[in-house]
Design a protein around this ligand. Structure first.
Ligand code: 26W
Length: 836
């Protein structure tokens, strides 16, 4: 018999289910769906909502996951194994239904069950909303990582905030981005399980008291405004292995007590308003990508998540280690910080160990610095987080004290390492002095972690040589590279069923968890019949994509044209503008009749702009205007189509990736930390046109120059060229570029919106343009010409496509996670107790 800790009620064993009881066959699933539809959800003959059908199916599946979830939990518990907590302010999960069916291997049975009830599974699947708890690459990486961890049976738990509003929905009106709130929880989330019994109390504001407790001073954080963190668990099933891990998302809830002074003074509304303030913490995801916002609410979110996750681990630790022995804590726990967003966890762990568990500084520091690990995701200075010391001190005074102490001890280490080098001290300090002193979160993260990693080989090298050079000189062994990856389950097996089937037919199964098997596809690239099959699959996927483009943009694309795609957040460094210039150049060629050996092409561009990033939003308008002019010009016809895909998101990528021929990865060298879209495209047999940036470098290495359209300045060339960068000269000396700029100057794409694109044109003409867009124009146009020519030889193109898929093993997130585990986490895989 087990005891409920709080109520002391005895749980009779007969209440617990220990064996798997739920059938995985169509008739059991159909029966459960009906039961949930009628009883759990209370639907009746007047129900007309397809959403209820979806919900009934999810609950039936969740029940089946639950059995595996428990047995995974028991296995981890029995082994008392080391665990990792992946702390991330973003988890861009997308939809879960398809992934669950795939991983539980019940697609066929569920299809039967649903059609036995007179419905189409495809229609039911469309009812699911994307869980958009992230902006872009960083958030989606977290989602791919938890998929890989579950598949590799590693005891890793994700922690995130349960935002009521995810990344905004993007609509395009008159060519402009219009943001709409994404209230994704409006109809509830049937996957999640509320765990109020594990709620934690998070403190804010108040003041710090020094109390003498006889054997020395203790710090006490008092008079605080508390908020409750309530966890909701989302199951993360591994691929056909019986493991189900957990993504724990935390919701902010006001503490039970009212503000009594307000309440007693008759200010009922003010008392309730205080609750609203607390609950705002988990209201909305910040939609900024690659620029920090400096907003107080954001810092409250960061501390809320960090503290909730740490206290949750502490609770389990104290339960399993009676007497509170922390000597093995760091052997049993690792915290991976997804960028600096949760870096305040370093100071919070110190606080918990010292203030709540009576530890001395040195002992607490030893533990902390042996379980924290930090991943950096960007080199852009504007994305590096800094918080005003003042805000920090107001919100978390005790945490600020601890950061000051960490810094004081760190600076004395610097002073003894480099005596007299005060400049270096100022450079490396966690506190940036000046008018408004700031906490540099990256410095805190490096000082408090035993591991610091970049996300692609080039990125890590640049971190060591540039941004973190001082730290690398001090602690070279902390630094390591972990090239990103993406999950082949969602982005190949699930989203590209045609190609998956062809691969399985050719190589057998097993590639889903071991992409090195795909290298055998290479030998098939001389087999004519195989080439034809490969082409048919791609053609089918292009039809699917074309249907989406027609539906969402009203633009008709010929599936035989070259599908040239760039989807990602809109940012100057990603150079959607360079793409637009090329499109305009093609249009100019068509208009002057230069159509010999023309390759018909559909250029698709999509992505969200941060709502406060004015120029990025203007770029969207620019692309839409260019598309409008080109698409309605009868002289262009089917030779060139351009479309801006609205509301780019995970579920859209599942259609876009498989239907792409040419993947544009054209950032200014040295700016894109890794990129992960590049990997999803490659996996699906798209050929990359790209610069030597981020993980493109490694993609090129894997596929070879003949299967990649390389162009542009290298990072080193960017740095040297910058000194005397002269865009006007480049325009003058390039006939094609001059003509493109003339079209822009003559307001060809903004005839009724005078001056609308001046800022865009000005940014490219500026000798100080940090992204040096015009420097790469010629290289890009030439590379595009090579791509167009290659595409005309369909056999040649198909071979390139096959080689890309065949060489993608390095870009599976399974490989990435294996690297994290080997070098940083050192976890032992644990099989789920009851095999499935
Ligand atoms: C504080 C505001 C903020 C929010 C997000 C600053 C910075 C970010 C991230 C760094 C944005 C991001 O998603 N970075 C991307 O991370 C991917 C996963 O590692 C990389 O593949 C991309 O190159 C990188 O831009």
């Amino acid at each position: 018999m087990a005891k409920d800790e709080k109520s002391q009620i005895l749980l009779p064993k007969s209440l617990l289910i220990t064996e798997r009881e739920l059938g995985m066959d169509a008739s059991s699933i159909a029966a459960d769906m009906r039961r949930h539809f009628n009883h759990t959800l209370g639907c009746d003959k007047h129900s007309i909502s397809a959403h209820h059908v979806y919900e009934a199916l999810v609950i039936a599946l969740r029940d089946r996951l639950m059995e595996r979830w428990k047995s995974t939990h028991y296995s981890y518990q029995d082994k008392q194994c080391k665990r990792t907590q992946y702390l991330s302010l973003e988890f861009l999960m997308g939809r879960s239904l398809g992934n669950t069916l795939l991983n539980l291997d019940i697609q066929g049975e569920v299809e039967k069950a649903v059609s036995a009830l007179g419905l189409q599974l495809e229609d039911v699947m469309k009812e699911e909303r994307d869980a958009g708890l992230g902006n872009g690459g960083l958030g989606r990486l977290a989602a791919c990582f938890v998929d890989s961890c579950a598949t590799m049976q590693l005891p890793v738990m994700g922690h995130c905030i349960r935002y009521d509003y995810g990344i905004f929905k993007q609509r395009i009106e008159q060519g402009e981005q219009v943001e709409q709130p994404d209230h994704w929880l409006a109809c509830g989330n049937p996957w999640e399980l509320e765990r109020t019994e594990f709620q934690q109390r998070i403190r804010f504001r108040g003041r710090v008291e020094r109390v003498d407790e006889g054997q020395g001073f203790q710090m006490r954080w008092v008079d605080t405004d508390d908020v409750l963190a309530v966890p909701y668990d989302i199951p993360i099933p591994g691929y056909r292995n019986g493991t189900v891990n957990t993504l724990r998302v935390w919701k902010a809830v006001a503490v039970e007590e009212f503000d009594l002074t307000q309440f007693n003074a008759g200010n009922y509304a003010e008392a309730v308003a205080g609750r609203m303030h607390a609950e705002n913490i988990s209201k909305v995801l910040y939609p900024n990508d690659a620029s920090e916002s400096g907003k107080e609410l954001r810092l409250r979110q960061q501390y809320f998540l960090s503290s909730a996750a740490l206290q949750d681990v502490m609770r389990r630790w104290l339960r399993d280690n009676k007497g509170g022995d922390f000597s093995r804590f760091a052997d049993k726990n690792c915290f991976q910080l997804n960028d600096t967003h949760p870096a305040v966890a370093i100071a919070e762990l110190m606080r918990l160990l010292m203030d709540e568990h009576g530890m001395e500084w040195d002992v607490a520091w030893e533990i902390t610095t042996h379980c924290m690990a930090y991943t950096n995701h960007t080199l852009l200075p504007e994305a590096l987080e800094r918080w005003p010391v003042r805000i920090f001190g107001e919100l978390m005074p005790r945490i600020l004290d601890i950061i000051f102490e960490i810094n004081a001890r760190f600076l004395s280490e610097i002073a003894s390492h480099w005596p007299g080098d005060t400049e270096r001290q100022a450079r490396m300090s966690i506190i940036e002095e000046g008018g408004e002193p700031q906490v540099r979160m990256a410095h805190l993260a490096i000082v408090g972690s035993f591991s610091v990693n970049g996300v692609a080989a080039l990125h890590t090298k640049l971190l060591k040589e540039g941004l973190f050079k001082d730290f690398y000189e001090l602690w070279p062994r902390k630094f390591n590279n972990k090239t990103n990856g993406v999950t082949p389950r969602r982005f190949l097996a699930l989203s590209n069923p045609g190609l998956s089937e062809l691969i399985t037919e050719t190589l057998g199964t097993g590639w889903e968890t071991d992409l090195t098997k795909l290298k055998d596809l290479r030998s098939k690239s001389e087999d004519g019949a195989f080439l034809r099959r490969w082409r048919e699959v791609k053609r089918h996927n292009k039809e699917r994509l074309a249907a989406m483009v027609e539906q969402d943009c009203g633009v008709k694309c010929d599936p035989d044209a070259l599908f040239d795609v760039q989807v990602k957040r809109i940012h100057e460094y990603k150079r959607q503008l360079l793409n637009a210039l090329h499109v305009i150049h093609l249009y100019d060629r068509l208009k002057r009749g230069d159509t010999a050996d023309w390759t018909p092409r559909c250029v698709l561009i999509g992505g969200k702009a941060a709502p406060g990033y004015w120029l990025a939003k203007r770029i969207i308008k620019f692309i839409n205007n260019v598309a409008e002019v080109i698409n309605k010009d009868p002289a262009v016809g089917d030779l060139l189509k351009v479309a801006f895909l609205p509301n780019y998101r995970v579920s859209a990528m599942e259609i876009i990736g498989p239907g792409t021929d040419l993947s544009s990865q054209i950032s200014t060298a040295g700016k894109e930390a890794s990129g992960t879209g590049n990997m999803k495209f490659m996996m699906n047999g798209a050929v990359t046109i790209g610069t030597l940036d981020g993980a493109n470098v490694e993609i090129l290495e894997e596929v070879g120059e003949e299967n990649f359209f390389l162009f542009g300045l290298t990072e080193a060339e960017v740095t040297t060229t910058r000194k005397n960068y002269d865009p006007e000269r480049i325009i003058r000396e390039d006939e094609d570029l001059s003509r493109v700029m003339q079209l822009l100057d003559s307001a060809h794409f903004n005839q009724f919106e005078p001056g609308f694109f001046d800022a865009i044109i000005g940014s490219m003409r500026n000798p100080g343009d940090p992204w040096m867009t015009l420097a790469d124009f010629r290289g890009f146009v030439d590379a595009q010409q090579r791509a167009a020519q290659a595409f005309r030889d369909q056999d040649r193109w198909t071979k390139m496509s096959i080689v890309n898929t065949a060489c993608c093993a390095h870009f599976s997130s399974d490989r990435t996670i294996a690297d994290y585990n080997r070098d940083i986490w050192k976890l032992t895989p644990v099989a789920s107790e009851t095999p499935c």
